[in-house]
Design a binder for this molecule. Structure first.
Ligand code: 4GM
Length: 482
């Protein structure tokens, strides 16, 4: 990786980067440093590169032309196929962090512009700078130290720079945690002992202790960092306190399709990534409001676990269409015996035609999405008779009619719940709905998931079916609002 540093003090930068790990990486050819002296590009016969600010004010500004020409010179030799990123170090920039270090370490070449005096003529910044970055909320006498801080953090992410074979990358799990305390010999120093667990030789215990220390330190010293730590794990710990009620959110996280937005002591909000649906639970109206404050107005659908949260959503996002549901969860792990009552097979969009009786259902875009995703199953029975219209259609399209008809269906909503359960009127009361649900429960269990569904409180037939199949019903309502 090649760094170009535009500066009035090239020797300061080169000295700082020539020792220790970065110096060795440069000798190995992994890194190279090109310090470009901005003063070499002045057109002033006295070698000046600064002047007074228009409009008055204290101090001097670096002029545009020498900076621009220094940049031209630095990038003239770059063979890169895309424009080289140019970073301007300024207290007004976006604050540098590990994420940006990781991102910049992917580049082949980088240019750093180090300002002095009171800053740099805005026009050259507009012309060449791609990223304005600050290393923290304080002011330095020049941009050089800030550039060197960034170069150090970026370089250690370049493969091979750290000699111990480590990637320089912390595990993503540890990303938002502070380091645990470390100890070396002697065991006893000025009356202070090394924590005994570290001498126990029990690696699992050592790991657990270190994690606990990291978590405690982060909570105490960097609560801002802790907010982003292990969001899925912390969300699950909260939601599992009321498992039936929160199974929709729990499963969304476990199935790996949730983005956990915020976890608080008194509530959780997640987004189902495939659908964009937000699911939220909160203990108080205030907690709900705080959770909702991190959601953009683009969200179309919310699943709220409390009426007061639903009211906040209605007020905040101007939504009014509300559906209330109970949640039923199949908490046993055993599958049902596979029955031979009727054939159950995946239903595709092409399979729509023989089931025109389901027009109302198919009008729902969720069902069409589920069909496309292969998440819908049909119950098929032998055709007793073929209507003249069906025969006619088959002849026109020169294809053979299937010998069966689809008389019922069930599917999995994109966000995870079982649903769409429907059986044609003449085929009801013969156990087809139960067979369909047993079938889908078995398929869901095979994936290692917990089957659950949401039922309208007035759908008594479905509530009876859930009870018959042994699902546990949670009678607290979930409010869908869109
Ligand atoms: C003002 C404008 C960067 C000052 C441009 C540079 C702090 C940071 C300077 C400049 C700086 C920082 C030089 N001080 N927080 N001083 O990253 O280049």
């Amino acid at each position: 990786m090649r760094f170009h540093i535009l500066t009035l003090f090239p020797e300061m930068v080169l000295q700082g980067l020539s020792t220790s790990i970065l110096g060795r990486a440069r000798e190995k050819g992994l890194l190279s440093f090109d310090a470009v002296n901005i003063r070499d590009f002045t057109q002033d016969k006295h070698g000046r590169v600064d002047d007074y600010p228009y409009g008055g004010g204290a101090g001097m500004l670096m002029q545009a032309q020498p900076v621009y020409d220094a940049w031209r010179s630095a990038v003239s030799g770059c063979a890169s196929d895309r424009p080289v990123r140019v970073i301007y170090l300024t207290p007004q920039g976006k604050v540098f962090d590990q994420k940006l270090a990781r991102e910049l370490a992917q580049e082949e070449e980088l240019v750093f512009v180090c300002g002095h005096y009171e800053g740099v003529d805005e026009r050259v910044l507009e012309e060449i700078v791609t990223d304005r970055v600050s290393i923290g909320d304080y002011v330095l006498t020049g941009g050089e130290l800030a550039a060197m801080v960034m170069i150090d953090a970026i370089s250690r992410m370049v493969p091979g720079v750290l000699n111990n074979g480590e990637s320089g990358e912390t595990e993503s799990f540890h990303e938002n945690l502070l380091e645990y305390p470390q100890y070396t010999r002697p065991e006893l120093w000025r009356g202070r002992r090394v924590p005994p667990v570290l001498l126990s030789g029990d690696h699992a215990k050592v790991d657990a202790w270190r994690l606990e220390q990291s978590v405690e330190r982060t909570k105490r010293w960097r609560p801002d960092l802790y907010e982003g730590y292990d969001l899925p794990g912390r969300a699950l710990a909260y939601l599992l306190r009321d498992r039936l009620f929160h199974m929709d959110m729990i499963e969304d996280i476990r199935r790996g399709q949730a983005e956990v937005l915020t976890v608080r002591e008194d509530g959780v909000i997640i987004r189902d990534v495939p659908t964009g649906i937000c699911m939220i639970t909160a203990e108080t109206k205030d907690a709900g409001e705080r959770l909702l404050s991190c959601v953009g107005t683009e969200t179309e659908v919310f699943a709220c676990h409390q009426d007061f949260v639903m009211e906040s959503v209605a007020a905040r996002f101007r939504k009014s269409c509300v559906n209330e549901c109970f949640q039923a969860v199949y908490t046993r792990r055993q599958p049902f015996p596979e029955e031979e009552l009727c054939g159950i097979r995946p239903l595709t969009e092409a399979g729509l035609e023989p089931v025109s009786a389901y027009d109302d259902l198919y009008a729902r875009k969720e069902l069409r999405a589920a069909l496309r995703g292969g998440a819908v199953f049909g119950a098929f029975v032998p055709k007793e008779s073929v209507s003249p219209q069906e025969e006619d259609a088959a002849l026109r399209k020169e294809r053979v009619l299937p010998p069966e008809r689809c008389v019922g269906l069930i599917g999995t909503h994109e966000e995870g719940g079982m649903g769409f359960l429907h059986v044609l009127e003449p085929y009801r009361r013969r156990g087809i709905a139960a067979a369909l649900e047993k079938f889908l429960i078995n398929r869901t269990l095979e994936k290692g998931w917990t089957p659950y569904g949401q039922i309208f409180p007035e759908n008594e037939a479905s509530l009876r079916l859930q009870e018959k199949l042994g699902l546990k019903l949670c009678k607290r309502r979930i409010y869908w609002i869109s």
